[in-house]
Design a protein around this ligand. Structure first.
Ligand code: PLP
Length: 448
């Protein structure tokens, strides 16, 4: 029986990323307020937000300093833009701060989401290669199970069926190579290292087949998030980068989830040994208090864009909210808090407990693999542990586990049919972490 508010919701709202048919019967969980790592529904029931919303509210749900930073900037200059040479202090300071945090990056371009950031990446590479007199070098290689967003171009980069099916995607010129998930895709007796080498050889063969002079860039999340929290083998990016360097293919790091402390470092690239030419960020950049994304680019990209603009005039890309002063002020305050409060150090201190409790779940009869890195993890549920046989997707096993968790007062997320993901706010305490895993265990027991 739906409440009045739920009924009004299903009658009026078209929800993103939702089964639009079955949702009409169940209705939404309507949340009203948040405090620390907890959110509260309209009956006042608390839920430990084990997903930081959508991998994003790193500083929890009632950080007054972020609210005040927004209010102060709203009172001063609620809007201005960066078009045609205009600027403002929050955008300048934020760009400086990002440059300081991301070695090798020369400039920041602001937008409002991770999808827009990755869309911008593609447009910038195309523009760059036209500038460099190599207009045929335009193909982008992504990976199966990658998640890079939902705009036409970023959804094309995404390697998940739901983002392509009946949307007539991916766009031509966007290719997908194998997913570096050893548990699922390694051959029998293939070590992690051998698997990584094989995937690099496969990438090499793909670039050769397409023609190296047609391939512009390779995009990768350091740890794949929405595809199921997939951590590549330790040697994966080293092998992949050897191939990319051989063919002069740029590396884009999609740090939309891994950026700003999720793995215990400023960027996931540092942990995974990636040396990107450009970086996409969003989410934890503002602790998700306001929508912001950014593309960070190296000198080569900056020079190429500037040179082409000298020829063409306007660099014709950017939106009304690129570098919005209020979002920039909130992002700046977020970064200040990360540094001032030693949030990354705290994350590094709590990671061992998180990983220990996570790995212990692999003993559960339903769990085929418990995996993760830093403060992000997942359990993949299987019908049979020995053969790794998956459940029939129609059984919605992961979704059931998630709804049992919700009954227990824990929010986690089901992805890719069979995987439950965990990504708590970076400010989570030891005690809250124990509570998260206790509740998750109970939910898995009920699912079994
Ligand atoms: N890239 C990654 C790695 C993501 O996880 C996401 C969203 O989850 C995106 C891009 C898209 O970001 P947004 O939803 O802000 O458009």
């Amino acid at each position: 029986m739906l409440s009045n508010l739920q009924t009004r919701d299903v009658e009026t709202l078209l929800h993103p990323y939702t089964n639009l048919a079955t949702f009409r019967d169940t209705g939404p969980l309507i949340l009203e307020r948040g405090e620390g790592v907890f959110v509260y529904d309209t009956d006042g029931k608390p839920y430990l937000e084990g997903m930081s919303g959508l991998w994003c509210t790193s500083l929890g749900f009632n950080n007054r300093e972020l609210v005040e930073a927004a209010a102060e900037q709203m009172g001063k200059l609620p809007f201005s833009h960066l078009f045609g040479g205009k600027s403002h202090d929050p955008a300048i300071e934020l760009a400086e701060k990002l440059k300081e945090l991301a070695p090798g990056m020369a400039k920041a371009f602001f937008c409002s989401s991770g999808s827009e950031a990755n869309d911008t990446q593609i447009k910038m590479i195309w523009y760059m290669n036209n500038a460099l007199g190599q207009p045929q070098k335009k193909k982008i290689i992504s990976r199966q199970k990658a998640y890079h967003g939902v705009t036409v171009a970023s959804a094309s980069l995404t390697g998940l069926p739901a983002n392509h099916l009946d949307f007539d995607l991916p766009l031509p010129g966007i290719l997908h190579t194998s997913c570096p998930h050893h548990y699922r895709f390694a051959r029998e007796h293939e070590s992690e290292e051998e698997f990584a080498t094989r995937l690099a050889e496969e990438l090499d063969a793909l670039i050769q087949a397409e023609g190296p002079d047609t391939v512009a860039a390779f995009i990768a999340e350091p740890v794949m998030g929405a595809g199921g929290v997939i951590v590549p083998p330790a040697t994966y990016f080293a092998r992949i980068q050897e191939v990319l360097e051989r063919y002069d293919v740029r590396l884009i790091a999609d740090e939309v989830i891994c950026g700003f402390g999720r793995l215990g470092t400023w960027f996931g690239s540092e942990m995974l040994g990636m040396r990107p030419h450009s970086i996409s960020v969003a989410k934890a950049l503002s602790s998700a208090y306001l929508p912001i994304g950014a593309v960070l680019v190296d000198d080569a990209m900056d020079d190429a864009l500037t040179e082409q603009s000298r020829k063409l005039g306007t660099f014709g890309h950017g939106t009304t909210y690129s570098g919005h002063p209020v979002t920039a002020a909130v992002a700046l305050k977020t970064l200040e808090i990360y540094q001032r409060d030693g949030i990354l150090e705290k994350v590094r201190a709590i990671i061992p407990t998180f990983q220990k409790r996570l790995r212990a779940l692999s003993e559960h009869p339903l769990v085929g693999e418990a995996r993760g890195m830093g403060l992000v993890g997942a359990v993949e549920l299987v019908a049979d542990k020995a053969s790794k046989r998956s459940f029939d997707p129609k059984r919605m096993t992961a979704a059931k586990a998630v709804s049992f968790a919700q009954e227990q007062g824990l929010i986690v997320r089901a992805v890719a049919n069979d995987t439950v993901t965990i990504c708590p706010p970076l400010i989570i305490s030891d005690e809250e972490l124990e509570m998260l895993f206790d509740r998750l265990e109970k939910a898995l027991d009920r699912t079994a």
